[in-house]
Design a protein around this ligand. Structure first.
Ligand code: ACO
Length: 429
């Protein structure tokens, strides 16, 4: 059986044979299909990349129909259950293999060396208004890091590249925590490098008055698992932003800021915040049927439901739902859990959602945990951005080292005016 596709152009009756590789045809192979010699040639129209592979990747695998997610081949459920350290998963995503003891220690120490930020970064953050959204502060500060490390623009120097990767992974928790402390008017807490990645972050968030802060082991564990689950998700909106912006060969701080901006939207990483606002609005289980009816009538969406790729239960949502109960053992149950459970039950039985294969996604339960742990709602996208920085960097490095990639530049179908003549202002209608 030849791995080719035969296309007959009914406009010309010409036949074309196009190679198939990895169940994919190359869009550029369509360009030979023309009516006249001077035609541009056929293009594929695919708004929102619904059926277009833009990269060959070896990092993360998703089978959306079967609800499978793997990092470098390892099922997400195994990583969430057995990896006790986020650094281990970060290493796996970036380097392709799980680290040995020695490699993990060396990697941890490297990251620890970079957790502090320049004092001027702190001053820059102090310049934001008292009520600045922490995600806006996060995005701007990540972009500003490029001015502190001008060497970062040398992206094809492997040593320079690795240093910026280390810096970004180490500094995002610090910047995130500073943005929270700023919004509370509380003094910033400097990193404590004796703690784990998640523990240090919790310490920078919640330490009060200089007293030693011991994160509850169950909460530190829960945050580590949440970080692992959020670390990468192949070619989602923000990874695509990271790759697209990075394809211009800009420094990784600027590309990362663009990726974080993409993450902030309510259809992407901002959905966890939107879920909690939705649960607030519903307020009581008795209001659920009315709310579902409004969604079905096209007045808003059931936030935390549906996914471009998953047409089955998001495997991350399964882990998070279980984790929620472990966290609530410590913090007490989030009262909105019952509304969420009932929403899920009703939606999964309702023909509208069943027919469209809409299942809970990663954001449906994560916000309930974050809230129970004491994080304010507008901070949820920042909590997503911290671990996702690892995924963005893995995707970015793969992209710029891929010899098949060029600057990202889609085509368009132009439907505007053909050439027309300029009209003086007093003659315009
Ligand atoms: N609530 C109600 N209806 C929905 C929902 C939802 N959450 N999601 C999709 N639909 C409906 C659409 O209205 C559409 O119906 P139609 O065929 O009658 O017009 C159909 O399902 C297909 O929806 P699309 O918007 O075409 O699906 P798409 O793949 O473009 O969107 C998305 C995916 C953006 C995630 C969408 O499901 C959504 O908006 N969900 C809510 C926001 C959310 O939870 N985002 C987080 C995603 S996970 C992440 O980014 C980390």
């Amino acid at each position: 059986m030849p791995d080719t596709l035969t296309i007959t152009d009914n406009r010309t009756d010409k036949k074309y044979e196009i190679p198939i590789e990895h169940d994919t045809i190359r869009a550029l192979d369509l360009r030979q299909i023309k009516v006249k010699d001077d035609d541009f040639g056929l293009m594929a129209y695919d708004p929102a990349f619904m059926n277009t592979a833009s990269v060959k990747s070896r990092i993360t695998y998703i089978d959306g129909d079967r609800g499978i997610l793997r990092y470098r081949g390892y099922p997400i459920e195994q990583l969430a259950e057995h990896s006790t350290s986020f650094m281990e998963v970060a290493y796996l995503l970036l380097k392709g293999e799980l680290p040995t003891h020695a490699q993990r220690e060396e990697w941890r120490n490297t990251i620890r060396h970079h957790t502090f930020v320049h004092e001027n970064v702190k001053k820059l953050m102090e310049g934001f208004r008292y009520d600045a959204h922490p995600m806006g502060m996060f995005i701007s500060t990540i972009a500003a890091l490029s001015t502190f490390y001008p060497e970062a623009k040398n992206i094809f120097d492997a040593g320079v590249r690795q240093r910026q990767i280390n810096r970004l992974i180490a500094k995002v928790p610090t910047i995130a925590a500073f943005s929270y402390r700023h919004s509370k008017g509380m003094p910033y807490v400097y990193p404590d490098n004796a703690l784990t990645y998640a523990g240090n972050f919790l310490n920078m968030m919640f330490q009060m008055g200089g007293a030693k802060y011991d994160p509850h082991p169950a909460l530190e564990h829960a945050l580590t698992v949440l970080f692992i689950l959020h670390a990468d998700h192949e070619q989602n909106c923000s990874a695509n932003a990271m790759r697209g912006v990075g394809s211009s060969y800009v420094d990784p701080y600027s590309a990362c800021a663009a990726a974080a901006a993409a993450l902030w939207g309510p259809l992407h990483g901002g959905a966890n915040e939107a879920v909690l606002r939705m649960l607030d609005e519903i307020d009581d289980k008795k209001n659920i049927p009315g709310f579902i009816k409004e969604v079905k009538d096209g007045k808003g969406r059931l936030m935390g439901f549906g996914h471009r790729v998953y047409k089955n239960y998001d495997p991350r949502a399964k882990v998070i739902k279980k984790l929620a109960y472990e966290v609530f053992e410590v913090t007490g149950k989030n009262p909105k859990l019952d509304i969420a459970l009932e929403l899920e039950r009703i939606a999964l039985e309702d023909e509208y959602f069943v027919k469209r294969k809409l299942y809970p996604n990663v954001d449906f339960y994560s916000g309930l945990i974050y809230q129970a742990m004491g994080f304010p709602m507008d901070f949820f996208p920042v909590l997503f951005a911290i671990p996702r920085t690892v995924g963005w960097l893995a995707q970015w490095e793969e992209h710029i080292l891929d010899s098949e990639q060029k600057i990202a530049r889609p085509r368009q179908i132009y439907l505007g005016h053909q050439e027309r003549q300029w009209v003086p202002i007093d003659k315009r209608k």
